[in-house]
Design a protein around this ligand. Sequence first.
Ligand code: SF4
Length: 97
Amino acid sequence: MTVKRQGVDELLGLDKFTIDEENAHIRLNKEICANCKDKPCLVVCPAKLYKLNDNGEVSFDYAGCLECGTCRIMCKDKGIVLWKYPAGTLGVAFRCG
Ligand code: SF4
């Protein structure tokens, strides 16, 4: 029997996302994020949704969020000013490969 190993991108690609275009379930305060020295969000998000743009600012897109809550816990400067689960039936649906 051959077991096929799947990479992270491949596994994430199996999940289904229904995005709430009207209401972001995570919001950042850009001023707080700009002054945060460590920016843990850049390394802890398993979906790699936090990025540094060309101006050195944190950019974030909640589409693709796995709703794990890691960023909320690790955001020590409280730049995440809103974190809630998406409304029922919206957000991520996990599908195992
Ligand atoms: S809740 Fe998890 S997947 Fe979503 S943005 Fe935060 S760390 Fe990334």
